[in-house]
Design a protein around this ligand. Structure first.
Ligand SMILES: CC(C)(COP(=O)(O)OP(=O)(O)OC[C@H]1O[C@@H](n2cnc3c(N)ncnc32)[C@H](O)[C@@H]1OP(=O)(O)O)[C@@H](O)C(=O)NCCC(=O)NCCS
Length: 440
């Protein structure tokens, strides 16, 4: 790696300012993800978005490269990180280190560039006080070795609405009884509604990551689906509670007249409570000429099918991971988490990068959770607690509830005998599945 130079920088200036070094970094990232070249306007909007969320960019430059090699002008590897929040319990989020735009040019792959960028990034994150690192992965095989594992899942759904959304009477009563209403809204008027609704969802939802500037550009249709142009076919919907508060929103686009069945594609659907979510589905299903609703990112434990007169009106496909998490500060995560039951367990954690490696005593008492290194702090009855052995990857998924303890046990990811496994099932098990609506 003699000729390789690692640079870290943020986006200088103010909104609207251009910057050639950042633009070259964006060009390199686009190459890595097989994106089209950007015109000046599309470039400016991504530069502004990177600046708006305070992104730190890492570029790796090959000083030995000569033109016409692209490596002579563009970085051969890119990496981005920015600060956000990750919800681990009701109204309890921890500081999160968000990672994105990870690319290594084919000419420089498998020489350890990703490893170096990621390990450096994790140490900056820990030094800055992040409790977790999070990312959305384009491939599932890359990040486990660095201690990441799925934190939340989602699944594509297809809902038959040829006769509208056929709700069971109890579900209809729930929607009607809530007294709210859905209105059609131009997407550009959704910004404030989005912010209020998303804040409520995020506070309440384990597994949620904060949204940022670029999410709002997409919700409001100022950006098209690929971040370029405007979304001139996007439709917006807002759900207002009986007292007028916005409690849900959705965006959708028509699938085209040339397709059968006629489809309304839900792009985003976020709600602060179940009645609002059902009311939005109900309204989306009430479009004449539309025969099917599709949504790429529904909950894996979506109650929708249980609300329908014919549960087979909902069809689902493969479950997909929607977020990966890497624990960095276990005490901070545990303090903010809500567990299923009181109890005490000793966690023998293996973490090859060291952040949470070692033996920990986790206690949940009256709902309040804490963890300390074995041998540290008040000597308590830790000796009496069961011990389980777990890798940091599995621990991350157990903390968010993406994996149930019985699943970890059934796959050999949790070792420690029947009593330890039973304690894990009691403390970590049986919570609603985590849900994330943020993609970065
Ligand atoms: C994925 C990518 C960033 C890897 O970069 P890289 O510099 O070649 O990776 P490294 O050489 O540092 O490899 C680190 C480790 O990850 C493994 N690895 C790298 N890419 C992998 C992949 N796609 N699948 C499985 N393992 C992978 C390596 O084998 C190596 O394992 P080891 O340390 O156990 O030997 C690069 O191939 C790339 O840019 N791909 C296209 C864009 C992309 O998918 N980005 C990820 C966005 S989430």
């Amino acid at each position: 790696m003699e000729s390789l130079r690692f640079e870290e920088f943020t986006v200088p200036g103010r909104p609207g300012d251009s910057d050639e070094r950042v633009a070259d970094w964006v060009r390199a990232t686009d190459l890595g993800f097989y994106d089209k070249e950007r015109d000046a306007e599309a470039m400016q909007r991504v530069v502004d978005a990177l600046r708006a969320r305070g992104t730190r960019l890492v570029g790796v430059y090959d000083d030995g490269a000569a033109p016409p090699s692209l490596a002579a002008t563009l970085p051969v590897a890119t990496f981005a990180e920015f600060a956000g929040e990750f919800t681990v319990g009701p109204n309890a989020a921890v500081p999160a280190h968000q990672i994105s735009d990870v690319t290594v040019r084919a000419t420089h792959r498998r020489r350890g560039l990703l490893r170096r960028m990621l390990e450096d990034s994790l140490s900056r994150a820990a030094a800055a006080g992040a409790a977790v690192a999070v990312l959305t992965a384009s491939e599932a095989g890359i990040y486990g070795r660095f201690g990441f594992s799925p934190a939340a899942h989602s699944q594509p759904v297809r809902v038959d609405v040829r006769s509208g959304l056929r709700l069971r009477p109890e579900a209809r009563a729930l929607v009607d009884g809530a007294g709210g209403r859905v209105v059609d809204v131009h997407p550009r008027d959704l910004a404030g509604i989005h912010d209020a609704v998303f804040a409520g969802f995020h506070a309440a939802s384990r597994g949620s990551v904060t949204r940022s500037y670029d999410d709002v550009q997409r919700v409001t249709g100022r950006w098209g689906p690929d971040g370029r142009g405007a979304a001139d076919d996007l439709r917006g919907y807002a759900y207002h509670a009986a007292d007028g508060r916005p409690l849900g929103f959705a965006t959708a686009r028509f699938g085209g007249w040339d397709k059968t069945p006629k489809e309304l594609r839900v792009v985003d659907l976020v709600a602060g409570d179940p009645a609002a979510e059902l009311a939005l589905w109900d309204h989306l299903g009430a479009h004449d000429l539309v025969q099917v609703l599709t949504f790429g990112r529904a909950r894996v434990d979506d109650p929708l099918r249980w609300a329908l007169a014919d549960p087979r009106d909902v069809k689902t496909r493969d479950v997909e991971d929607s977020l990966w998490v890497r624990p960095l500060d276990l005490p901070a995560i545990v303090r903010a988490s809500e567990f299923a039951a009181d109890g005490r367990i000793v966690l023998d954690v293996e973490d090859s990068l060291g952040y949470v490696d070692g033996t920990w005593v986790l206690t949940v008492d009256g709902g309040a959770a804490s963890v300390r290194r074995a041998g540290e702090g008040a000597p308590g009855p830790a000796g009496a607690a069961e011990t389980v052995r777990v890798g940091v990857e599995t621990l991350g998924s157990l903390l968010t509830g993406a994996i149930e303890p019985w699943q970890a046990e059934a796959t050999g990811r949790l070792a420690g005998g029947e009593r330890g496994a039973a304690a894990m099932r009691r403390i970590f098990g049986g919570r609603p599945r985590p849900m994330n609506h943020t993609f970065f």
